[in-house]
Design a protein around this ligand. Structure first.
Ligand code: PLP
Length: 477
């Protein structure tokens, strides 16, 4: 494709994207395909000769689109929102075009410097204390590819720091032996990526019980630490969650922070979803206690209108974070290594996309006011949906509805709610996913679409309510 054709195809693609997003509601939210469907539609070997662009795009519509779950669909209420907006798409387009790989300051100074500035902006927007910003001199933020990576990186940093300290006391003890004694904590409601981080980092990850509001409390943590110390283990890390995936509950940060300080544990805070809501001052009280955390992450690619991938992470002490991940071959060094930030030391991969561009485009295009409006509307719609559920005696709502997620179920045995969810998803009218809250199976209703409206909420409730009548008649007969 030459530049002349790129100009034509590029314009066509922008039209295709705009048409897709504008008419998305005419499609089925969930595809009706079976595993392996695509094999029969595409050749088993790649083409020897170049193919026509028209033919490729024809196959997009014929073969790819029917196999998509449409995450931007107004009837999509599963998981959490997948951020999307035109400024963000354009930011990513530009990032792809410049194609720089910003692993060090020298590898593309603007890539590093914009990331620093935008991470400080976001920290200020969500009310993180100054100690987490680059401005502070000691802390700083970085973009990672996912919240899973942020959690893993924080665990690796904490593990490195803990082993480093232990080696001062027990220089003769093998690191492997120390590691075998180390134990980390999270709540039972933490995202599965915390368990996975434990597997990768080869540390025991103990999942602790929560209270009646699905919140991990300080006394539970303290008891676990005491028990583990008695058994010869070495507690070193806690991952608290603000806005759990299952029910958007909030661990008690002030209590956990106090325990971590007293017991000298690294406290990481995972706010992958809820973090974006802290742009609104009315939610910032939920951040109370964050000043005691060592690191914090949230995903603008969930709830801040930024497309995947874009996960922000901050550490209070950038030296402690980077010492765990620094390797420095000659070919990556440069003249400004001593005074510039080299983000390759802040994460796992070497190569890094220019992700801050899309975040910068979004913040500038919407402004803080625009982003607050978007978050508040989602929260308002969730409350509206909650009210509709609560008015129906057949249903109950579990957990507190604080942001854009409502967890509900049919009263009685789990099988009723399971059957209801299966029927709804199979109908293709809505898409939602379940969660297990202790022994209760619930349906998670997340407000996801960028321009979600009251009509969408009312439509969803009408589908759920009508299907509930059918399911209850069938299950109870
Ligand atoms: N943490 C929480 C609270 C989440 O809700 C999620 C995903 O929904 C994750 C972590 C994992 O996010 P990612 O897909 O960016 O790794």
């Amino acid at each position: 494709m030459d530049t002349k054709e790129f100009r034509i195809r590029g314009r066509e693609m922008v039209d295709y994207i705009a048409d897709y997003l504008e008419t998305i509601s005419t499609r089925r939210v969930l595809p009706e395909v079976q595993p392996g469907y695509l094999r029969s539609m595409l050749p088993s070997r790649p083409p020897r000769n170049p193919e026509k662009w028209e033919d490729i795009m024809r196959d997009v519509e014929k073969a790819i689109m029917p196999g998509l779950t449409h995450w931007q669909h107004p009837r999509f209420h599963a998981y959490f929102p997948a951020g999307n907006s035109y400024p963000s798409i354009l930011g990513d387009m530009l990032s792809d075009a410049v194609g720089c790989v910003g692993f060090s300051w020298a590898a593309s100074p603007a890539c590093t410097e914009l990331e620093i500035i935008v991470l400080d902006w976001v920290a200020k927007m969500i009310g993180l204390p100054k100690c987490f910003t680059h401005d502070s001199g000691t802390g700083g933020g970085v973009l990672q590819g996912s919240a899973s990576e942020c959690v893993l990186v924080s665990l690796l940093a904490a593990r490195y720091a803990a082993i480093h300290d232990l080696k001062k006391k027990f220089s003769f003890v093998d690191e492997g032996l120390l590691l075998s004694r180390m134990v980390a904590y999270c709540s039972k409601m933490a995202h599965s990526c915390v368990e996975k981080a434990g597997i990768i980092a080869m540390v025991k990850m103990r999942e602790l019980e929560t209270d009646g509001s699905y919140s991990l409390r300080g006394d539970t943590l303290e008891k676990a630490i005491e028990e583990d110390r008695k058994n010869g283990l070495i507690p070193f890390y806690v991952c608290a969650t603000l806005g759990t995936t299952s029910v958007c509950s909030f661990d008690n940060l002030p209590e956990l922070g106090k325990v971590c300080e007293k017991e000298n544990l690294w406290l990481h805070v995972d706010a992958a979803y809820a973090g974006s809501a802290f742009i609104c001052p009315e939610f910032q009280s939920l951040l109370k206690g964050v000043e005691n955390a060592n690191s914090f992450n949230m995903n603008p690619n969930k709830w801040m209108l930024v497309n995947f991938d874009c996960s922000t992470m901050w550490a209070k002490d950038k030296m402690v974070l980077t010492q765990a991940l620094t390797v420095d071959p000659l070919y990556l060094q440069h003249h400004h290594s001593d005074k510039a930030v080299d983000f390759r030391h802040w994460g796992i991969p070497l190569s890094r996309r220019f992700r801050s561009l899309k975040l910068w485009f979004v913040i500038r295009s919407y402004g803080i006011d625009g982003l607050q409006k978007y978050i508040r509307e989602h929260c308002r719609l969730a409350k509206k949906f909650e009210l509709l559920v609560r008015k129906d005696e057949r249903f109950e709502v579990l957990g507190n509805v604080r942001m854009g997620l409502v967890c509900f179920r049919l009263k009685g045995s789990n099988i009723r709610t399971q059957t209801l969810l299966r029927a709804i998803n199979m109908s293709g009218k809505l898409h939602m996913v379940p969660a297990l809250l202790n022994e209760h199976y619930v349906i998670r209703f997340a407000i996801c679409a960028q321009n979600a409206s009251e009509d969408d909420i009312i439509f969803a409730w009408q589908v759920i309510s009508a299907m509930a009548s059918e399911v209850l008649a069938a299950v109870d007969s």
